[in-house]
Design a protein around this ligand. Sequence first.
Ligand code: ADP
Ligand code: MG
Length: 212
Amino acid sequence: MSITSSKVIEILNRIDDVMNENKQFLTDLDAAVGDGDHGINMSRGFNAVREKLKTNTINKIGDIFKVVGMTLVATVGGASGPLYGTAFMKAAVVVQNNEELDINDLLKVMEAALEGIMYRGKAQAGEKTMLDVIIPAINALKAGISENKKTVDILFDVKEAAKAGVEYTKTIIATKGRASYLGDRSISHQDPGATSSYLMLNVIYEEIKKLQ
Ligand code: ADP
Ligand code: MG
């Protein structure tokens, strides 16, 4: 099963809706461990992405991701703008000429995104960041592909792994980003960036489920 570039844009628009719906929630999470802007950042960024994609007709998925990456870097302040922006720009390269995307392409996209985030942010797994969602999500994606599962079932496993990753961030101390200033006091709080990564992966699952 593969999706077209117009479905990719639909998913990005849906991510914008979800970031708007969760703006206060993400901001509250960030207020507890950081500076309380993560919801504002994410919704501002994806609103700008929606506007950019509305006024351009783009067929190549690489070009769509490039617009997303550049728009996030340009409009989102804080750590998450450059990190998510780099993720999409790196992802753009591996699907540059694709007009469709299948589950193997998604794996390439997520691996490139992870590489970009790790290069920029210099964080590892277990530091209470978005990586604690993205890394287990990629592992679930790889496992599902090697077990020849149906795409929608793989994406279900991916979003469940992401959800477990968010829960895991409650049990660890932040050693990267603003939350690291709190030291031990960061424990028991869920990481805002891990939460926004989960929300995106959940949108992908929900949107592909609709196609069944
Ligand atoms: P800021 O911390 O600059 O205010 P945001 O609030 O938008 O930016 O984003 C905070 C999120 O960014 C954190 O919850 C964490 O998941 C993520 N983050 C911060 N630093 C890093 C890093 N070095 N590597 C990966 N993710 C990071
Ligand atoms: Mg913040």
